[in-house]
Design a protein around this ligand. Structure first.
Ligand SMILES: Cc1ncc(COP(=O)(O)O)c(C=O)c1O
Length: 460
């Protein structure tokens, strides 16, 4: 480990002793000491005490500007007043019924007005949304196989846990990527039904359809690949996927768990002008409570109405989450708030750009809507394989350096990105940039000494 990184890690350890203690206790009873593998990192994860607006405090009382925002699920920011008011009102009149109520129609209307779908059903997590969307696509086409992109994350069900972070040499040739199970316990039969293509490479998608004629139910993708930092679709890529689906009678599923609320008012379809057949929503649509939805044309959703595809869930449309969702759509995800967030995101991206140029760091900023990331690469990455060439220690130097200066620039892990909330301010962005300015020179120096783009092992 090089000295500047070691220095930042020592500072982190000095600043967060209570997190270390809490983590030790957790480790005894909870694998990795965390409730989701994504929350685990060395030397220990920061434990949270409380949060409000665009900030949170850890157990040691350190305050951070929060651009992690629960892995992008909080474009509303913490405890948004409109969401809190709606939730508090519901809490005393029943939190769960397992029976229909009048907010369901209202929220379905909000979703169908914004996104190119005619009907939707609700759930509680992105995992549920993509799982049900894939099942519906299989039912609608009578086919079992799906095309998924290498490096993409669509949640935790068997069809999604394939080639999420595959390693060499198992992952094969970039023009013909191999389907690799994302851990033990994923059945071989599930892997066999997932065909892997390379993001931004239509030839790999065509190849999968040619090799499996009449067998592909759907292509599922994040319109912006956000499991590798932030990787934008190149011109014509989404249109090409639309055309391939049309030609082959397959459905196009946009996993908009991240992009749906954060890219703009109408999500990726509005932003890119390409309409999918199905969408999956979660994270920021709930304003801080668990809420998800999947939707499609009536002809597809009718498979549920006709009792041909089964969908259920005890917690679906619980009134607390639904009240939060309604308040979020109506008072948080407004055109004015998107303008505010876009302005801050641009200010942040421009500021990073200037500092990167000033210190001569080999890096660029990728950003879209409320999301962005410092990409520590000499040129734009186009797919998962490009992403794996990152110098992980340099990225850790950046992340811990920012955290030590009171800015959680993004969740831990170099496959993530920042989220800007509607409650962040211009002053937050300036503080963020001042922190980056403070460490940028040491990053550039370390990069020069180590050589740009030292390839690293993929850690998770
Ligand atoms: C694009 C995408 N799809 C699906 C999921 C799964 O969502 P959840 O964690 O709510 O199950 C995630 C979570 O990060 C995601 O980023």
């Amino acid at each position: 480990m090089y000295p500047d990184l070691q220095k930042e890690l020592s500072t982190f350890e000095r600043r967060t002793p209570k997190s270390s203690e809490a983590h030790k206790k957790n480790l005894k009873r909870i694998p990795l000491g965390v409730a989701s593998n994504y929350r685990a990192y060395d030397p220990w994860p920061i434990f949270v005490k409380d949060a409000g607006g665009g900030k949170f405090r850890d157990l040691d009382g350190n305050e951070y500007i929060d651009h992690n925002l629960c892995f992008g699920a909080l474009m509303a920011g913490h405890c948004h007043p409109a969401v809190m008011k709606a939730v508090e009102k519901r809490l005393s009149i029943g939190t769960m019924f397992g029976m229909p109520h009048d907010m369901e129609w209202e929220l379905a209307e909000e979703i169908c007005n914004r996104f190119p779908v005619e009907m939707c059903r609700f759930g509680n997590s992105g995992t549920e949304a993509t799982m049900h969307a894939i099942r519906l696509a299989r039912a609608a086409t009578g086919r079992d196989k799906i095309v998924k992109f290498e490096g993409a994350y669509h949640g935790l069900h068997d069809s999604a846990l394939v080639s999420v972070k595959p390693h060499a040499p198992e992952f094969g040739d970039v023009h013909n990527p191999t389907a690799v199970p994302g851990g033990l316990g994923v059945p071989k039969s599930a892997v066999a039904n997932v065909l892997i293509a390379t993001f931004n490479d239509l030839d790999t998608v065509e190849r999968r359809f040619k090799e499996n004629p009449g067998e592909v139910a759907a292509i599922i993708l994040e319109p912006i690949l956000m499991n590798v930092g932030l990787c934008l679709p190149q011109r014509g890529f989404l249109e090409g996927l639309r055309e391939i689906c049309n030609r082959n009678g397959a459905l196009l599923i946009f996993d908009e768990v991240k992009t749906g609320a954060k890219l703009g008012w109408g999500g990726a379809s509005e932003y890119f002008g390409v309409s999918p057949d199905m969408i999956c929503l979660a994270k920021s649509i709930g304003g801080g409570l668990p809420l998800a939805a999947f939707g499609a044309h009536k002809s597809v959703m009718d498979l549920i109405s006709q009792h041909k595809v089964f969908h259920g869930g005890t917690y679906n449309t619980n009134p607390v989450s639904m009240a939060a969702g309604l308040a979020t759509f109506r008072q948080v995800l407004t055109r004015e708030n998107y303008a505010h967030v876009d302005k801050l995101s641009k200010k942040l991206a421009d500021g990073y750009g200037k500092i990167i140029a000033k210190v001569g760091l080999q890096a660029y900023i990728a950003h879209a809507g409320a999301n962005g990331a410092l990409m520590l690469y000499p040129k734009e990455i186009l797919n998962y394989r490009d992403w794996t060439t990152i110098d992980v220690d340099l990225w850790r130097h950046y992340w811990f350096g920012m955290v030590n200066r009171g800015v959680m620039a993004q969740p831990y892990w170099w496959d993530e990105q920042w989220t800007i909330s509607v409650q962040h301010t211009g002053a937050d962005i300036e503080k963020h940039l001042a922190a980056f300015d403070d460490i940028a020179e040491s990053l550039a120096r370390a990069q020069q000494e180590r050589g740009a783009g030292v390839p690293a092992e993929v850690a998770h």
